[in-house]
Design a protein around this ligand. Structure first.
Ligand SMILES: Nc1ncnc2c1ncn2[C@@H]1O[C@H](COP(=O)(O)OP(=O)(O)OP(=O)(O)O)[C@@H](O)[C@H]1O
Length: 240
């Protein structure tokens, strides 16, 4: 399994925030993690990133413990935060090249950069422009191009579609589909039900530090029942 959280507990002081959290994401799967403010979504991502050591349970990135083996775990994942930080004075291409070098990617970086920028649909005229004027959507494309160029098996995303207009959201979702087709396991923390319904294979509701409910995409056009999901999300105590 690419992403594993099993029986994970974490407290801040005496406040238990993750209580026996179980969550798994396979390669080639998109999992949307929904949950109200304070449910523990960021804490979950921080556990996967190795920024916190849970008091109980197992966290693994492709079998690697991100606390015990941080460098190995980092080499297996790409993390795209809500605001993507890039070097503003560098071009899109230079940013990918620079971060690839930091990630210690093998030589021959030129050979992987252009195909990755192409795969994420960043317009060619933007490849050699400084990223300083780039929109959120364009920055995300650069970040995901980097993930594709690194061939990481795991992609973690924090509220990727917040602030994106509907067209940019659809484009972003297509981008995720590209990564999924390359066998990447994708965990997306989001409040964006529409985006989750459009692209996720599974949707999990995190509440009070554990997955309270999971829904799996159905085959066919109506993958999820949006109204039922909305009712569930907006009124967690009322079963939908
Ligand atoms: N460093 C910290 N120290 C103490 N409490 C914290 C810390 N980080 C988070 N918390 C608390 O833990 C709980 C879960 O926080 P977390 O940020 O994981 O939730 P979230 O689901 O990401 O929320 P949001 O949607 O608002 O970002 C919240 O009650 C929060 O106040």
């Amino acid at each position: 399994m690419a992403i594993t959280l099993r029986g994970v507990r974490h407290s801040y002081g005496d406040r238990l925030v993750l209580r026996d959290l179980d969550l798994m994401v396979a390669r080639g799967e998109i999992y949307a993690l929904l949950g109200g403010n304070g449910a523990g979504k960021s804490t979950t991502l921080n556990a996967l990133l190795g920024f916190l050591a849970p008091s109980a349970g197992t966290v693994r990135i492709c079998g690697v413990d991100p606390v015990a083996q941080p460098a190995e775990a980092r080499a297996l994942l790409a993390y795209v935060p809500e605001s993507v930080a890039l070097y503003e004075h560098l071009t899109a291409r230079e940013n990918v090249d620079y971060f690839l070098a930091l990630a210690d990617a093998e030589r021959g970086r030129e050979a992987v950069i252009d195909p990755a920028l192409d795969a994420v649909g960043l317009p060619r005229h933007a490849w050699d422009k400084r990223v300083v004027g780039f929109s959120k959507g364009m920055r995300q494309k650069v970040a995901i191009a980097l993930a594709l160029a690194r061939h990481v098996p795991v992609l973690l995303l924090d509220e990727p579609t917040s602030g994106l207009d509907p067209q940019a959201t659809l484009e972003f979702n297509r981008l995720l589909a590209t990564a999924r087709a390359r066998d990447v396991a994708i965990l997306m923390v989001t409040h964006d039900l529409l985006s989750a319904v459009d692209i996720a294979d599974r949707i999990g509701f995190l509440s009070d530090g554990r997955i309270e409910e999971e829904r799996v995409a159905a085959a066919g056009e109506t993958r999820f029942d949006l109204n039922a999901l909305h009712a569930r999300y907006a009124h967690p105590q009322v079963p939908a």
